[in-house]
Design a binder for this molecule. Structure first.
Ligand SMILES: Cc1ncc(COP(=O)(O)O)c(C=O)c1O
Length: 477
């Protein structure tokens, strides 16, 4: 794998804004939970966004129950209520897809194909594009990687999620360094394309970083790729739930995303794009459904999406994805406004806390989804996320977020022992109370440390000493 070299890169540590006061640290976690928002806008009109299933009440280590503050949408979102309703309805006629003459099989087959149409509409697919149902984004990119014409050269930025960075054959892949600015990204890509010698080149881009939430300049990068005759694949795992996608406008050839990141957690994802490479590739899964004819010595494979959907299709997963796409598409303005408010509140609030460092690729002012990666001085990231859960009922993620090269680059200037960060990611389940609870909790952690004693438990990480919560879990079946 060639790693392209570039100008030396250093990364932006976002500066605290001196005019923003720190969120006052509450004197106890209980007070933190009860504290009214210090920044709550009194005149901001409410926005109605599609409803998610009601947040559960979760136990804290203090023996109380609080409404779960889900600030981990970047990993998996909760289900939309309309998605659950659609799946419930489809369950009533649940049957095989494209495998039976029974009425319910006909209905299920109709739902499955209609789900493709909704996904196509959601991403602004071209008439000739194929919509293939997969398990998730990782599955989609592995399918695309197996469908590339021989000798296709792949160009990808090192900042990508591993699902987008790793499926490509290493010796045919050029990895570009993490850029500092949009212009830098354009320059790096232009140079790499000039050096590309293969007749077929694929540029793989992310719509939004899963670490920092920053949006990438897809339209501009895709235009550069197209000018050189390269195709473009877009990882929309962190984009699809937040911003409109239009393949034609963006100049993108393929797009992939996961149902479980757009409020449709029923095991389906999608790959949408140009049919020619997909139809010429060996079937992703050999088996029933992918075949047109089977003889003793030969097999003729289907063309179209069925070629890569061997085995019985996940019709409920497809229905869920389609229902989520429809709900988001029909409420796009409200979703974007809700998330813009959350992003501002999160970013400004975290930057204002002494001892908190937030990170970005493109600089402080970069447009972003409501996602922020940060560290707390002198408190390990894994302890921060454990304390947020145990003491405050807040769910976040810590670590390197399956984007090791990006996190290593972002933390390069930190003390040697700081190798991981905390990520908060908001979405439709997030309220301003959740954000304010997080800000108050992080302020307390930064100024006073955790409120109870923790120890490391194998397989679980940091756990409060004398944690009673595990005994409260009932199995769902
Ligand atoms: C940007 C990005 N791409 C790809 C993936 C992989 O998605 P999945 O795990 O659903 O395959 C993720 C998951 O976090 C992601 O954030």
């Amino acid at each position: 794998m060639s790693i392209a070299s570039s100008i030396p890169h250093t990364f932006t540590r976002e500066r605290r804004q001196p005019w923003l006061r720190s969120v006052p640290a509450p004197s106890s976690p209980v007070e933190a939970l009860a504290q009214p928002s210090a920044q709550a806008p009194t005149t901001t009109p409410a926005i109605t966004v599609p409803a998610v299933v009601a947040a559960p009440r979760v136990p804290t280590c203090h023996g109380t129950f609080v409404e779960y503050a889900n600030l981990d949408h970047g990993a998996s979102t909760p289900a939309l209520a309309s998605v659950v309703a659609a799946v419930d309805k489809a369950t009533q006629t649940y049957s095989s897809v494209h495998r039976g003459q029974g009425w319910t099989s006909q209905v299920s087959s109709h739902y499955y194909e209609a789900a493709r149409d909704e996904v196509a509409r959601f991403v602004g697919a071209r008439e000739s594009d194929e919509v293939v149902f997969t398990r998730n984004t990782t599955d989609s990119f592995n399918l695309l990687a197996r469908s590339l014409p021989r000798r296709t050269q792949v160009i990808v930025f090192a900042s990508e999620h591993h699902a987008t960075l790793l499926p490509w054959e290493a010796r045919k892949t050029t990895r570009l360094p993490v850029p500092l600015t949009h212009k830098d990204a354009e320059a790096l890509l232009t140079e790499a394309l000039k050096r590309a010698t293969s007749s077929s080149t694929l540029v793989v881009l992310s719509g939004a970083s899963n670490v920092t939430g920053e949006y990438w300049p897809i339209e501009r990068l895709a235009a550069i790729a197209r000018k050189r005759g390269a195709r473009v694949a877009l990882d929309a795992a962190q984009l699809a739930g937040h911003r409109r996608i239009d393949l034609d406008t963006l100049g993108v050839d393929y797009v992939a995303f996961s149902g479980h990141k757009i409020y449709a957690p029923y095991g389906a994802g999608v790959l949408v794009g140009r049919a020619d490479w997909l139809d010429a590739a060996p079937p992703y899964l050999a088996g029933g459904g992918a075949t047109a004819a089977v003889g003793p010595l030969s097999t003729t494979w289907q063309t179209g999406p069925a070629r890569h959907e061997g085995g019985s299709p996940n019709v409920l997963g497809a229905v869920a994805v389609a229902a989520a796409c429809a709900a988001i598409r029909e409420n796009r303005g409200a979703v974007e406004e809700h998330e813009a408010r959350l992003a501002t509140r999160l970013v400004d609030g975290l930057r204002a806390i002494d001892g908190v460092e937030t990170f970005s690729i493109f600089g402080d002012d970069a447009d972003r989804a409501p996602v922020v990666a940060f560290t707390v001085e002198d408190v390990e990231s894994s302890l921060v996320s454990a304390a947020l859960s145990a003491e405050y009922g807040i769910g976040v993620r810590d670590g390197k977020f399956c984007a090791h090269l990006l996190v290593d680059a972002l933390l390069a200037d930190e003390e040697a022992h700081v190798t991981t960060a905390v990520r908060v990611s908001a979405g439709l389940a997030t309220t301003t109370e959740h954000v304010d609870r997080l800000l108050a909790a992080v302020a307390t952690l930064a100024s006073q440390g955790p409120g109870v004693e923790y120890h490391q438990v194998e397989g679980r990480g940091w756990v409060p000493v004398d944690d009673q919560r595990e005994t409260l879990v009932d199995l769902p079946w």
